[in-house]
Design a protein around this ligand. Structure first.
Ligand SMILES: [Zn+2]
Length: 260
């Protein structure tokens, strides 16, 4: 009997089947009847995932497509960087969790922060700015970072709760956690169902709704409250010597989480 990897409850319902037949593998989507967290089944193992990541998950840096994608990326990140400048001191240390080709680390440096990254698979790992590491096993001391950014990483993780806890250990008291994941209760998913692009079978194993994100934060000892679409969490637990606040806002089809 499989259990929900978020809340641990036993009752899961299959909501979509026959995903990925063109991959010569077959997957389903299973939804937790308690918290509505959606997971793919079966979970692909490390070897399967490695095959897909090494294929063309990142584009060639100098390709025509890359130039357009880099421009879109800079535009999309502009608002995030502006918000970070408001919240983090100049030269503040920021860790980009799963840094990919290192684009955001480079952008952070250009904007006056000290950017670092970790990634398990990327060829950009140089062990100076970008380290080959999981969030559980980084070369950094605890409470080292002013901010951790995690763009579209939680959807890849078999243990999102344990991983977020490890990330919080790297944050200074009052540090900021920025997260973005696709929002499965979105209108796009209702319209496109198994053709919804963010399903990306089998790379994306988790599909969250906003309450799932709140659950992750609450079991990581960050109590929260909801106020007119802006979700706020406040923390004064024993493991963190200073108060920490987390605020969330939901942007269109994605959830953007900025925690302080
Ligand atoms: Zn659940």
């Amino acid at each position: 009997m499989d259990r929900c990897r978020l809340c641990g409850q036993k009752e899961m319902a299959t909501i979509v089947t026959n995903l990925g037949p063109d991959l010569h593998e077959e997957y389903s989507l299973r939804e937790c009847k308690t918290c509505s967290f959606v997971t793919i089944a079966p979970l692909p193992d490390h070897q399967v995932l490695r095959r897909y990541y090494s294929r063309d998950y990142w584009h060639e840096e100098n390709s025509h497509a890359a130039k357009h994608l880099n421009l879109l990326f800079a535009l999309r990140m502009d608002g995030v960087v502006r918000e970070l400048k408001r919240l983090i001191p100049a030269n503040g240390r920021i860790l980009d969790w799963d840094a990919g080709d290192g684009s955001f680390v480079r952008l952070l440096d250009k904007k006056g922060f000290s950017g670092y990254g970790i990634d398990r698979y990327s060829a950009a790992c140089d062990e100076k700015k970008i380290f080959r590491s999981t969030i559980h096993n980084t070369p950094f001391a605890s409470q080292y970072y002013d901010c951790i950014t995690s763009f579209h990483i939680l959807k890849h993780l078999k243990d999102p709760v344990g991983s977020v806890k490890s990330a919080f250990n790297l944050l200074k008291p009052g540090g900021i956690f920025v997260d973005e994941v696709p929002n499965i209760p979105s209108l796009q998913y209702k319209l496109f169902r198994e053709k919804w692009q963010p399903l990306e079978i089998p790379l994306h194993v988790n599909h969250f709704n906003p309450k799932n994100l709140l659950f992750i934060f609450s079991v990581s000892n960050l109590p929260y409250s909801l106020d007119r679409g802006l979700l706020q969490a406040r923390c004064d637990n024993k493991t963190m010597p200073e108060e920490r606040r987390v605020s969330f806002s939901v942007f269109r089809e994605n959830n953007m989480v900025i925690g302080q």
